[in-house]
Design a protein. Structure first.
Length: 80
Protein backbone atom coordinates (compact mmCIF):
# COMPACT_ATOMS: atom_id res chain seq x y z
CA UNK A 1 0.00 0.00 0.00
CA UNK A 2 2.82 2.40 0.89
CA UNK A 3 4.54 1.69 -2.44
CA UNK A 4 1.37 2.65 -4.32
CA UNK A 5 1.02 5.90 -2.39
CA UNK A 6 4.69 6.81 -2.85
CA UNK A 7 4.53 6.00 -6.57
CA UNK A 8 1.39 8.10 -7.00
CA UNK A 9 2.96 11.03 -5.15
CA UNK A 10 6.12 10.86 -7.26
CA UNK A 11 4.09 10.70 -10.45
CA UNK A 12 1.94 13.67 -9.45
CA UNK A 13 5.00 15.68 -8.40
CA UNK A 14 6.64 14.96 -11.74
CA UNK A 15 3.56 16.06 -13.66
CA UNK A 16 3.31 19.29 -11.69
CA UNK A 17 6.98 20.15 -12.23
CA UNK A 18 6.88 19.37 -15.95
CA UNK A 19 3.55 21.13 -16.46
CA UNK A 20 4.75 24.40 -14.95
CA UNK A 21 6.26 26.62 -17.60
CA UNK A 22 7.40 30.19 -17.28
CA UNK A 23 4.73 32.78 -17.96
CA UNK A 24 6.07 35.59 -20.13
CA UNK A 25 4.76 39.14 -19.84
CA UNK A 26 3.68 41.32 -22.74
CA UNK A 27 6.84 43.39 -22.20
CA UNK A 28 9.03 40.27 -22.50
CA UNK A 29 7.36 39.34 -25.78
CA UNK A 30 7.83 42.90 -27.05
CA UNK A 31 11.56 42.82 -26.29
CA UNK A 32 12.33 39.41 -27.81
CA UNK A 33 11.28 38.63 -31.39
CA UNK A 34 12.66 35.07 -31.14
CA UNK A 35 10.42 34.46 -28.13
CA UNK A 36 7.45 35.72 -30.16
CA UNK A 37 8.28 33.35 -33.02
CA UNK A 38 8.69 30.42 -30.61
CA UNK A 39 5.32 31.06 -28.96
CA UNK A 40 3.52 31.68 -32.25
CA UNK A 41 4.51 28.11 -33.12
CA UNK A 42 3.49 26.74 -29.71
CA UNK A 43 0.14 28.55 -29.62
CA UNK A 44 -0.56 27.58 -33.22
CA UNK A 45 -0.25 23.90 -32.33
CA UNK A 46 -2.59 24.14 -29.32
CA UNK A 47 -6.28 23.36 -29.46
CA UNK A 48 -8.42 26.54 -29.30
CA UNK A 49 -9.61 25.79 -25.77
CA UNK A 50 -6.03 25.48 -24.49
CA UNK A 51 -4.87 28.48 -26.50
CA UNK A 52 -7.51 30.75 -24.99
CA UNK A 53 -6.67 29.63 -21.44
CA UNK A 54 -2.88 29.90 -21.84
CA UNK A 55 -1.58 33.10 -20.25
CA UNK A 56 1.43 33.04 -22.59
CA UNK A 57 -0.83 32.90 -25.66
CA UNK A 58 -2.94 35.75 -24.26
CA UNK A 59 0.17 37.87 -23.61
CA UNK A 60 1.51 36.99 -27.06
CA UNK A 61 -1.69 38.26 -28.70
CA UNK A 62 -1.50 41.48 -26.67
CA UNK A 63 2.15 42.03 -27.65
CA UNK A 64 1.44 41.41 -31.35
CA UNK A 65 -1.53 43.81 -31.17
CA UNK A 66 0.79 46.46 -29.73
CA UNK A 67 3.31 45.83 -32.54
CA UNK A 68 0.54 46.35 -35.09
CA UNK A 69 -0.74 49.53 -33.43
CA UNK A 70 2.79 50.94 -33.26
CA UNK A 71 3.41 50.24 -36.94
CA UNK A 72 0.09 51.89 -37.83
CA UNK A 73 0.98 54.93 -35.73
CA UNK A 74 4.38 55.17 -37.40
CA UNK A 75 2.72 54.96 -40.81
CA UNK A 76 0.35 57.82 -39.98
CA UNK A 77 3.19 59.94 -38.62
CA UNK A 78 5.20 59.50 -41.85
CA UNK A 79 2.24 60.65 -43.95
CA UNK A 80 1.82 63.91 -42.01
Amino acid sequence: MNKVIITALLLCTGLVVVGCEKTYSVAEFRKDRELVEEWVQKCGKMKPSLRSSSKNCQNLVAAVAEFILESLDEGFLKEE
